[in-house]
Ligand binder design. Structure first.
Ligand SMILES: C[S@@+](CC[C@H](N)C(=O)[O-])C[C@H]1O[C@@H](n2cnc3c(N)ncnc32)[C@H](O)[C@@H]1O
Length: 264
């Protein structure tokens, strides 16, 4: 990174920039890389970089799926740094008129998103917090870009596992659901540590306790609850690589669940 934000914004590991590092991006700082390397070293996610790519592959498949169903509006919450195949780039190959709003609560991620994303009509970058869905949905740039009287695909990829149970992420997702019309989609991926030794899981979570957000892996049943009020499309909520594979090579178990639902 060349444009340096204030030092205090870079001293603490930041989950958006750690993820950028896992993806092989350059929008990260020493503290982000050190924390990310420690995650790799303890073998919690020996293939974390590949798992992050696997998550992005799911995003591409799911966005194209929603577009094929006729959805033309996308609300990408916890969008992160727009370094790898942004939603509007993916969707506009099949639906050139698609409108996309990128939301993140992290001011550094938002600042870089505004800098890196070209000024494309029909897209917006908004600073907003998933834990406050009403404020997020009321933002003038959300209202100015999306028509909530028409179907919207709400994208929640690799973000809900940064929201603790105490903040009731299920209520936030239900609020988003209730603010969209039937036919809207929920595209979701979520970290799980099902099958991981508890001691390794704890060591990994300890690293995130000193970062910008806690790490909250969830079980299949806990993740499935986010789809209340949605009909899950086939094959349901599954390990990320198993969601409608399109032949793109997948190298690793992603430690994630992924699914797409259609609002009833
Ligand atoms: C691992 S990245 C995922 C990026 C992208 N969605 C993807 O799947 O490739 C998680 C992002 O969620 C953001 N985030 C975490 N908690 C959030 C919240 N409560 N509201 C909005 N964004 C949040 C972080 O700042 C980070 O950019």
């Amino acid at each position: 990174m060349t444009d340096q934000p204030a030092a205090d914004a870079t001293a603490r590991p930041n989950v958006a920039r750690m993820y950028d590092y896992f993806l092989g991006g350059s929008h990260n700082f020493a503290a982000d890389r050190a924390a990310a390397d420690r995650v790799l070293e303890i073998f919690l996610f020996p293939e974390t970089g590949v798992a992050a790519q696997t998550n992005r592959h799911f995003l591409r498949r799911a966005v194209r799926y929603a577009a094929a169903q006729g959805v033309r509006q996308f609300l990408d919450i916890g969008a992160g740094l727009p370094t790898q195949g942004t939603v509007h780039e993916v969707v506009r190959t099949v639906a050139p008129d698609a409108r996309v709003v990128y939301v993140d609560y992290d001011e550094v991620a938002v600042a870089y998103a505004r800098e890196l994303l070209p000024d494309v009509p029909g897209t917006a970058v908004v600073q907003g917090d998933l834990r406050r869905p009403d404020d997020l949905l009321a933002h003038p740039d959300v209202r100015g870009t999306l028509d909530l009287d028409r179907p919207v695909a709400v994208l929640l990829l690799a973000v809900l596992h940064f929201v603790s149970d105490a903040d009731d992420p299920w209520a936030a997702v239900a609020r988003l659901r209730d603010s969209t019309v039937p036919g809207s989609h929920l595209v979701l991926s979520h970290l799980t540590l099902d099958g991981i030794a508890p001691e390794l899981a704890e060591r990994g979570q300890a690293i995130y306790r000193n970062s910008s957000a806690p790490l909250v892996p969830r079980t299949h049943a806990e993740t499935l609850r986010f789809f209340t009020g949605y009909d899950l499309v086939e094959p349901g909520l599954v390990e990320t690589t198993r969601w409608r594979p399109d032949g793109e090579p997948e190298l690793v178990d992603s430690h994630g669940y992924a699914g797409v639902g259609v609002r009833r």
